[in-house]
Design a protein around this ligand. Structure first.
Ligand SMILES: Cc1cc2nc3c(=O)[nH]c(=O)nc-3n(C[C@H](O)[C@H](O)[C@H](O)COP(=O)(O)OP(=O)(O)OC[C@H]3O[C@@H](n4cnc5c(N)ncnc54)[C@H](O)[C@@H]3O)c2cc1C
Ligand code: SF4
Length: 494
């Protein structure tokens, strides 16, 4: 530890965000990084605890605590403090192939589990991570490093999200010949079409993918495996196949009037926005515009928040975000102690922007939709909402959110975005490969393993784990690569 008293002397300082009313004028990222001097001070706040919870990545009470990649957080915090950026980059790279993604979009499980977070502000580890990698690009350290030897083994990776990219990266570095198949026109999965540009500008994906290409990985876009190319053919051409297709089955809201025009899944709204933004700066008319509309977003999570931020930028007339659960507490509840992930109310960037523009928080808690009402053109024009309360289910004993009779009320809406989560993998891929799935339609493997019931077929990421986080997808990609390598070579050092 370079500065034993750093956490007492220096206050936490994070990258400054551009004011909401200013940043909504475009879809760019909106944080201004700290100066090098200030970032180094932030590294000096790390105490290098004897038990570094920040890098543990363990499950406590069903939630992850600390970094799922087991990033060597205290080590690179110290190297940042000392200004040894080169060593910091090599320590970071040891566990995380994509810090340019996690440094932007990770919820920062390391920071939630940081010991300083017990009584004060955590070390700004996520921003230190981003500073290390961005500096490595600027100074030319982050560059292509192709493997010296090839094994002669061929691996197909289906899906180019963070799980597929992470698996491809590890297997290619090991010397296997890797081809990534992607049904979209661009590589990146939900990093590209899902997470909006203001959270992750897409040139950072392209920058990394072009290095991966230089290192020898082949990317085949616009290829829908199971439709354009069959499982049999892939298994003939490749020694192993990894399914990393995500959990792209959105959960629907099955209420009367659902078929009305103007009701979309959030992920379609976000995908079309980013594609149109990248293709034509939103001039091709192919996005779903919220301009001048009364927008209702169903789902209070991160995807819902991304829809809020996108709708604000379009110039929506009003925005309402429905959440079934009650408002979480402002501070940790007694049964949610550190270092558990804090289940507290968080006002995210989109909600901040909505508050700045419309003067109130768009979130409406303990409420859901009971019915959609259409106008004579078949377009949604109203929604019937109902308040909810928590009640014990007599059969299961579990607490459920149930309608409060007589609490219904109507609101005017023009655009509805369903952000109610994902149900699991799409069955045209699992059926094509004949892989077994569990009750949530995630691909089934033995616990802690990635091999499916089908010979030479593996699965990773959201398709295996269920809807999760970028950092977990990267971890699963790293782990599936190890299992594939072991299968192909009889031993593994990955
Ligand atoms: C709107 C939204 C915002 C999010 N924001 C965050 C965030 O801020 N931070 C965070 O940590 N997580 C976030 N997540 C979750 C995170 O994006 C996912 O957990 C992660 O991307 C999963 O990675 P994956 O590689 O398993 O799957 P995906 O990223 O879903 O990638 C799967 C890829 O497989 C392709 N594919 C599917 N089937 C086929 C086929 N048959 N042939 C060829 N290609 C195929 C798909 O087109 C896709 O590109 C967000 C999710 C959403 C929906
Ligand atoms: S990947 Fe996420 S949890 Fe891990 S060190 Fe980076 S920001 Fe923290």
């Amino acid at each position: 530890m370079g500065k034993p008293t750093g956490f007492l002397e220096y206050e936490q300082k994070l990258a400054e965000a551009i004011e909401p009313k200013e940043r909504i004028k475009n879809f760019n990222e909106f944080h201004t990084p700290l100066s090098e001097k200030e970032q180094r001070k932030q590294g000096g706040r790390c105490m290098e605890c004897g038990v570094p919870f920040c890098q543990a990545g363990m499950m406590i009470a069903g939630m992850a605590s600390g970094c799922p990649l087991n990033n060597l957080v205290p080590e690179w915090n110290d190297l940042v403090y000392r200004g040894n950026w080169e060593a910091a980059y090599y320590r970071l790279k040891k566990t995380n192939p994509f810090p340019e993604f996690t440094g932007r979009v990770c919820p920062g499980l390391c920071m939630a589990a940081c010991t300083c977070n017990l009584h004060g502000e955590p070390v700004a580890s996520k921003e230190n991570e981003l500073a290390i990698i961005e500096r490595a690009y600027r100074t030319g350290l982050a560059k292509a490093n192709p493997p010296k030897n090839r094994t002669g083994k061929k691996v197909a990776v289906i899906g180019s999200g963070p799980a597929g990219l992470s698996a491809a990266n590890s297997l290619n570095k090991r010397g296997h010949e890797v081809t990534v198949f992607e049904r979209n026109d661009r590589v990146g999965g939900l990093l590209m079409y899902g997470i909006p540009n203001m959270k992750l500008e897409k040139q950072y994906i392209d920058r990394k993918v072009s290095i991966m290409k230089e290192e020898g990985i082949t990317f085949k876009t616009n290829v829908n495996v199971g439709v354009d190319i069959k499982a049999k053919q892939l298994l003939k051409e490749f020694d192993a196949v990894i399914l990393a297709c995500g959990a792209s089955n959105p959960r629907d809201i099955k209420v009367p009037g659902r078929e009305a025009k103007g009701i979309y899944f959030a992920v379609d709204f976000l995908t079309r926005n980013t594609k149109s933004l990248l293709d034509s700066n939103l001039t091709d008319g192919k996005n779903i515009s919220a301009k001048g509309k009364r927008v209702m977003i169903i789902g209070g999570g991160d995807t819902g928040n991304d829809c809020v931020g996108t709708s604000v930028r379009h110039g929506a007339k009003s925005i309402m975000q429905l959440e079934m659960m009650p408002k979480p507490p402002e501070t940790r509840a007694e049964n949610n102690p550190w270092p558990q992930w804090p289940k507290v109310c968080k006002t995210d960037y989109g909600q901040e922007e909505a508050i700045a523009v419309y003067g109130h928080d768009p979130r409406v808690y303990t409420t859901t939709v009971k019915e959609f009402i259409k106008n004579d053109k078949g377009e949604v024009c109203k929604a019937v909402l109902v308040k909810l309360e928590s009640k014990k289910d007599e059969k299961t004993g579990r607490m459920m959110m149930v309608n409060i009779p007589g609490s219904e009320y109507e609101v005017d809406v023009d655009l509805v975005l369903i952000a109610a989560g994902f149900l699991g993998s799409q069955d045209y891929v699992t059926k094509e490969f004949k892989v077994a799935v569990n009750e949530r339609t995630n691909v089934k493997t033995e616990p802690g393993k990635y091999k499916t019931n089908v010979d030479r077929v593996f699965a990773a990421g959201d398709m295996h784990r269920g809807q999760s986080l970028v950092v977990w997808a990267i971890r699963e990609g790293r782990d599936v690569a190890r299992d594939v390598d072991l299968e192909l070579m009889g031993y593994t050092n990955l």
